[in-house]
Write a protein that binds this ligand. Structure first.
Ligand code: ZN
Length: 398
């Protein structure tokens, strides 16, 4: 039997005035997601346990069947794995965003205008060189677009309280600088590199072109390497992951799930949807379980762009859910689930930790009542998982 989990990141939402008080999922044309719901069931799952940070790191560990209270140690270490960085015991990896600070010292943009990887690498390597001389035990690693990494290999206690930049857009950044053990090292790096970034040629050109300059680094989500049981050992399924963002690719490394690369997959709204759909279909030849993650709806929601979010949902439906479902039907027994990892409401432009809907169909999934695939249907459903990591064993049950 074949199993496919499709995760449109941040797709769940609240009613939006511009959409006549409906949600993007309600408004988007999703005949294929609705078919999954109609042929199967709509349910609801709480992917973010109370007390843990809202967002993809915790939510996707839950969806993959791991208790985040045990498995989650921070976003940084998961992304480090995707960059091929082996963290020795005690070494701590932090997500390093390139952000834009405005003339009033407010955090204007958590992604520095989704700066291209080519430009961010120049800036991060310049910071790497500068800090290597000035701060001990700190190394920076360029990543994809605005998402890079810093690894601390020192012996000082390093357990700072940090804030995701996408949670403080429009606010004075100084109020949200790291606090607690090790915070002084992070602040020295964040404040000590501002002048160099402001004056860097990459940014003077960006400003000339009217693009948001990457004029500050923002360090957050630090942690040591998690110790996770391989997915195949836990669920007796050979699995693969299709994702562009380092967070999911790194999680796959720790779970020993193979990563399938897709040309043109960007981790943003201009990603190669059809390519991801086709890669998922091709992967069914070699794998029992395929996990397809698409960042686009979350990117659109962080930008507060409701049209873009609706468009991304429609493309996922048309170019991934539909073709994959058809291919599964041709192959014999299967199960297919479509489930966002969390909600990223257009209104808040950041993640919230409330339950999300899922649509599930296939072998031994009885269709009880035909329902469209919406947040409201999830609310009304009798099939609820308050413990998110229990959904995977249910999905994979014999
Ligand atoms: Zn997410």
């Amino acid at each position: 039997m074949k199993f496919v989990m499709i995760v449109p990141d941040g797709m769940a939402d609240w009613s939006v005035k511009q959409l006549n008080n409906r949600t993007p999922l309600q408004v988007a044309r999703t005949p294929n997601m609705d078919r999954v719901a109609a042929e199967g069931v709509v349910g609801q799952v709480l992917t973010t346990p109370v007390g843990l940070p809202n967002g993809s790191a915790v939510a996707n560990l839950s969806l993959l069947g791991y208790d985040p209270h045990e498995a989650y140690t921070g976003r940084g270490p998961l992304e480090a794995a995707a960059l091929g960085i082996d963290l020795a015991p005690g070494e701590i990896a932090f997500r390093c965003n390139l952000v834009t600070i405005d003339e009033h010292d407010r955090l204007r943009d958590y992604s520095a205008g989704e700066i291209p990887s080519r430009e961010s690498a120049i800036l991060i390597n310049a910071i790497r060189k500068k800090t290597a001389e000035e701060v001990a035990n700190v190394t920076f690693y360029p990543g994809i677009s605005f998402r890079s990494l810093m690894v601390y290999r020192g012996t000082s206690r390093m357990e700072p309280v940090t804030t995701p930049p996408h949670d403080i857009m429009g606010q004075p950044f100084e109020k949200h600088l790291p606090e607690g053990a090790g915070a002084s090292i992070l602040k020295k790096l964040m404040l000590g590199t501002r002048r160099m970034l402001e004056q860097h040629e990459v940014n003077t050109v960006r400003v000339d072109l009217g693009e948001n300059p990457a004029n500050m680094i923002w360090l957050w989500g630090g942690g040591t390497a998690p110790r996770l049981e391989p997915f195949a050992k836990r669920f007796s399924k050979k699995g693969a992951v299709i994702a562009a963002v380092d967070l999911i690719r790194g999680t796959a490394v720790y779970l020993e799930l193979d990563r399938i690369d897709v040309e043109g997959a960007t981790g943003s709204t201009d990603t190669n949807y059809a390519g991801k759909g086709q890669a998922a279909i091709d992967a069914l030849d070699d794998y029992d379980f395929v996990f397809v993650h698409i960042e686009a709806p979350d990117t659109a929601a962080h930008a507060g762009n409701v049209e873009e979010k609706v468009r991304a949902i429609e493309k996922i439906d048309r170019e991934i859910v539909g073709p994959v479902h058809d291919a599964l039907k041709e192959r014999g027994d299967y199960r297919l689930i479509v489930v966002p990892d969390h909600a990223t409401p257009i209104e808040t432009r950041t993640h919230v930790g409330e339950p999300v809907p899922f649509a599930l169909c296939g072998a031994n999934v009885e269709s009880i009542r035909e329902m469209p695939f919406t947040e409201a249907a999830g609310n009304e459903s009798g099939l609820k998982f308050d413990i998110g990591y229990e959904l995977m064993p249910y999905f994979l049950r014999a």
